[in-house]
Design a protein around this ligand. Structure first.
Ligand SMILES: Nc1ncnc2c1ncn2[C@@H]1O[C@H](COP(=O)(O)OP(=O)(O)OP(=O)(O)O)[C@@H](O)[C@H]1O
Length: 233
């Protein structure tokens, strides 16, 4: 579904990805794991066209997307929930959702604003609140909900549990598990090893901008040596 082949990318003169290759399969969750600074967020930004791929190729459903604008990549069906969440703080929850929904047509049976509120009832209670009045957990729910109303075929999440209380982490986990069971393809970057490997089917380990291991989530959960070597778990 999504293929990165020998991708190099970085920030100006600083190269961070050095020929990184990976594949995310349809209907599955892929976790990208690695130590701080390994290049995980850089990989996601490069997929989304926020950083240019200086070499290599990225394709989505067989179509080359490297070189496209972030908006065109989103229109093809990839929604990105960044680490910073990037909700509009000066707009209400409803305005944040309506704005995203209006730009992306909803197919029959797709995600509407009403449907994401059913998924996250807490947002329904906060519809008139400003983006700047939300707790960290509510902001994360809004960021995910905003991704869903874009009706993506693939949802990409960068550190969705960062800074959240354990009870909210559990809620986000259960909602993402629901989405997975509904067949949504996802890529997840996450420091919380238990969270990531309980949601993921497939895992790639990244170190110094390259994939150093790939396999099933069950395999890495069972391999403490591997975890220790590449993740310091
Ligand atoms: N805007 C930037 N300008 C220059 N270098 C950057 C920038 N953002 C990240 N880097 C560098 O790129 C490297 C990879 O960063 P990246 O954010 O992809 O790491 P990561 O694997 O996601 O880890 P983390 O969990 O720390 O975010 C790091 O050395 C980082 O310092």
């Amino acid at each position: 579904m999504l293929d990165l082949t020998d991708v190099s990318s970085g920030y100006g003169e600083t190269q961070v990805l050095h020929g990184l290759s990976l594949r995310a399969e349809p209907g599955r969750v892929l976790a990208i794991l690695g130590r701080n600074g390994a290049g995980k967020s850089t990989t996601l930004k490069t997929i989304m066209g926020l950083l240019p791929a200086k070499a290599g190729q990225i394709s989505f459903d067989g179509r080359k997307i490297s070189g496209m604008t972030p908006f065109d990549i989103a229109k093809l069906g990839i929604a990105y929930v960044p680490e910073t969440r990037d909700i509009f703080r000066s707009l209400s929850v409803r305005e944040n959702l309506d704005l995203a929904a209006r730009r992306f047509p909803c197919p029959n049976g797709g995600w509407t604003v009403d449907r994401v509120i059913e998924l996250f009832p807490r947002l329904g209670e906060r519809l008139q609140n400003g983006g700047d009045q939300l707790s960290g957990g509510e902001a994360q729910m809004l960021a995910i909900a905003r991704g869903l109303v874009m009706n993506p075929r693939m949802l990409i999440l960068d550190e969705p549990t960062e800074g959240l209380a354990p009870i909210i982490v559990k809620l986000i986990h259960d909602k993402l598990a629901d989405l997975k069971h509904q067949g949504l393809s996802m890529i997840l970057v996450e420091q919380n090893f238990g969270f990531a490997t309980s949601l993921a089917d497939d895992v790639v380990l990244v170190s110094r901008g390259q994939v150093v291991w790939q396999g099933s989530a069950a395999a890495i959960r069972a391999d403490t040596e591997l975890q220790h070597r590449w993740l310091g778990v």
